[in-house]
Design a protein around this ligand. Sequence first.
Ligand SMILES: NC(=O)c1ccc[n+]([C@@H]2O[C@H](COP(=O)([O-])OP(=O)(O)OC[C@H]3O[C@@H](n4cnc5c(N)ncnc54)[C@H](OP(=O)(O)O)[C@@H]3O)[C@@H](O)[C@H]2O)c1
Length: 246
Amino acid sequence: MGRLDGKVAIITGSTSGMGRDTAYLFAKEGAKVVVTGRNEERAKAVVDKIKAEGGKAIYVIADTSNRDAAKKIYDETMKAYGTVDILINNAGKLSLTPVQQMTMEEWDAVFNVNVTSALLLTQLCEPELKKNLGHVVNISSVAGTAAKWGPIAYCTSKFAMVGMTRAMAREMGPEVHVNGICPGAIMTAMLEGSGADATIEFMKATAPLKRVGEGSEIATACLFFATSDSSFVTGQLLRVDGGVDA
Ligand SMILES: NC(=O)c1ccc[n+]([C@@H]2O[C@H](COP(=O)([O-])OP(=O)(O)OC[C@H]3O[C@@H](n4cnc5c(N)ncnc54)[C@H](OP(=O)(O)O)[C@@H]3O)[C@@H](O)[C@H]2O)c1
């Protein structure tokens, strides 16, 4: 018997990285998983693997820099599974542009993907989440706790996810639990493509655990927040970062 038998879980940004690892873990635990992202080939590969291992999943192709994306994800989830129990707001866009070079196009794109789409999808899912005593997990970052881990737009958007987590927990309780995770350096496509090699080496050298993390180590934290293991925890942000600021 799985920890999430029969639960419907939307995981945004699950065509890759920690979202994909969370999709695999949740499917193994019995959830019906909704995989989302822009890349259909990778989305299909995630769903095919889940199905090949006996799990249940669908994918929804949606670009969350577009504000209509949340409705498409919600509508297709309801059509396929009829409800939502767990929402993991994970899709994210990295931005390394400094203050003086920041354009409003880039700023809006980062905020739409990292913040606004999470609000819009949570708004749509709230009635089902309340009915099901559900769970929301927002993926922030250590860049949502200190500016040294990310330049202006990324840092500001991830701080916003900390505030959003606390505000949602207050407004959506007692029925819905809302928590967040602040990952440190996690070995995913985003980290590999960041070019922030010096920061990664610094994190490895200075963190007590002396390494970067794996996506599966974020997936297990998501599982904790999506089950009754965290029954008296809401509005909290868990750092999963190898102790980098310890
Ligand atoms: N890796 C790290 O070190 C680290 C540290 C702290 C926080 N985080 C956060 O963790 C989350 C997951 O990142 P990751 O490291 O797993 O990166 P990743 O492997 O690059 O995955 C990012 C996911 O987000 C989706 N996504 C990006 N832009 C999108 C858009 N416009 N519309 C729809 N989906 C979009 C991608 O899907 P498609 O490519 O298919 O669109 C992909 O599935 C992000 O919120 C990130 O900010 C990462």
